[in-house]
Design a protein around this ligand. Structure first.
Ligand SMILES: [Zn+2]
Length: 246
């Protein structure tokens, strides 16, 4: 279901939002999307899944992951990382499966998409784990980054090839005022744009869409006082660099 169809469905039946979200995009559409060679893939075991599943199942999935990464058009390992935003937080278990995925990424020479959500301590453990296992120039995408300037500088010092995902948080100045000041202090060459659709959304929408990439681009043009084309060109180059897409 595309965004317009989902909204129409919601108009008719407001309770259908959950259904619309679950069906967005539909599996039929997803299969069609996957046929487009411009669409690249990443595979990983998300830390929230690590938290929920038992160790033997997760070990099976680690073997599956090694196999899945051999598929055409795979450009990275992830999302993987640490998340202590849920009710439970088995830090040892999350680190263990994060480490396994880092080792796989090194073996396959694929960049990592890092999901790191929680407090400063979570960020510190995440960065220390990466520093322990990766060479300094390894490519990272710190997905949906919403840390502070200090964290940004720490990550850049440890991994100069790290790119930071700027998400729809930037479209909601009132709710996230610190996010704008963080982005103002970042270098454009460190930024990639992402929507995390349908999970993240702007203050004007009930759910997200990949189309929001244009809004994020316009917002950055406004912040960095340059044209939308310039932001699009630089951030596209950053994305193709980090994922080695020719
Ligand atoms: Zn994530």
């Amino acid at each position: 279901m595309d965004k317009k169809a989902a909204l129409t469905a919601m108009d008719k039946d407001p309770d259908s939002l959950d259904k619309a979200l679950k069906n967005w995009p539909s599996s039929d559409l997803r299969s069609k999307i996957r046929q487009d060679n411009r669409i690249k893939l990443t595979f990983g075991i998300h830390p929230r899944i690590v938290e929920m599943e038992n160790t033997s199942k997760l070990n099976e999935w680690i073997s599956d992951l090694e196999w899945l990464l051999k598929a055409n058009r795979v450009v990275a390992v992830g999302e993987c990382g640490l998340d202590n935003s849920g009710r439970k937080w088995d830090v040892e278990k999350q680190i263990k499966f994060f480490e396994k995925q880092i080792v796989i990424a090194v073996k396959r020479d694929l960049p990592l998409v890092i999901h790191c959500r929680g407090d400063e301590r979570t960020d510190e453990i995440c960065l220390n784990t990466l520093v322990r296992l990766l060479p300094k120039h390894f490519k990272l995408h710190r997905h949906c980054f919403n840390g502070d300037e200090m964290m940004y500088r720490k990550w850049k010092t440890s991994f100069p090839n790290c790119k930071f995902g700027i998400s729809p948080f930037i479209l909601n100045d009132q709710k996230y005022p610190k996010y704008r000041s963080l982005v103002c202090n970042m270098k454009l060459k460190d930024i990639v744009l992402e929507t995390d659709a349908p999970y993240l959304h702007s203050e004007f929408e009930d759910f997200g869409s990949p189309l929001m990439i244009k809004d994020i681009c316009e917002k950055l043009a406004n912040i960095f006082l340059c044209s939308v084309e310039e932001i699009a060109n630089i951030t596209t180059k950053n994305a193709t660099d980090v994922y080695s897409i020719i």
